[in-house]
Design a binder for this molecule. Structure first.
Ligand code: 2DT
Length: 208
């Protein structure tokens, strides 16, 4: 039996370059014969993901708590796949995870961090969470927000402060204010360390 894959999560506010960097990392690893795949949450392709997508594009309205549980259920429906892939040696580069789930929902009125974290307990814990950090002055120069729910500055500010509250030793803050290629090189070298350190360690689960 070979080694398990590493579970690496990317988090951060909109426009920090998460998706671009996740995909570049997967390509670079595959070129180096390290098996890796991209995953993203919400995964809008599943039955639950379709409801989430309708909510984000404002086609439907849902109570805050209900939609929070759908985002979480979207991770739980993929949990067996995550476990199988990691066990078979595939590293997963995940674009948003439970931390986005909590940081976004808890930015709403009447939603607290603890309540929001509860349904995440028991999901596979990442080997590392890379938070791509961008100062607001810089992110606002990267073009306007889209039309989806949550794409407004005030809300994103609350999300950012929630991310800070969720910080654990697994987190690594990465300054995203650099060229795409420089950021990629930094992430690649960070990955190498995480990959080495995760060898032989069983996957843990998210705890209270
Ligand atoms: P993308 O723009 O990355 O598709 O995200 N979100 C995400 C939540 O509110 N809860 C979650 O659990 C997750 C994973 C963040 C779409 C939006 O969905 C938010 C932005």
């Amino acid at each position: 039996m070979g080694r398990r894959g590493a579970l690496i999560v990317f988090e951060g506010c909109d426009r920090a370059g998460k998706t671009t960097q996740c995909k570049m990392l997967v390509d670079a690893l595959n070129k180096r014969n390290i098996r890796a795949e991209y995953m993203n949450f919400p995964d809008r392709s599943t039955a639950i993901g379709k409801i989430i997508s309708d909510y984000l594009t404002k086609k439907i309205e849902l109570p805050d708590k209900a939609v929070h549980l759908l985002f979480s259920a979207n991770r739980w429906e993929l949990e067996p796949i995550i476990r199988n892939k990691l066990a078979s040696g595939v590293s997963l580069i995940v674009d948003r995870y439970s931390y986005s789930g909590v940081a976004f929902s808890a930015a709403k009125k009447g939603m607290d961090l603890k309540w929001c974290w509860n349904p995440e307990i028991g999901l596979p814990e990442p080997d590392a969470v890379l938070l791509l950090n961008l100062k607001e002055e810089v992110s606002s120069k990267r073009g306007g927000f889209g039309q989806e729910r949550y794409e407004v500055s005030d809300f994103q500010r609350k999300v950012k402060s929630n991310y800070i509250s969720l910080k654990t030793p697994l987190w690594q803050f990465i300054d995203a204010d650099k060229t795409v290629e420089d950021l990629h090189q930094e992430i690649l070298s960070t990955f190498n360390t995480i990959y080495k350190n995760s060898n032989g360690k069983p996957i843990q689960v998210l705890e209270e």
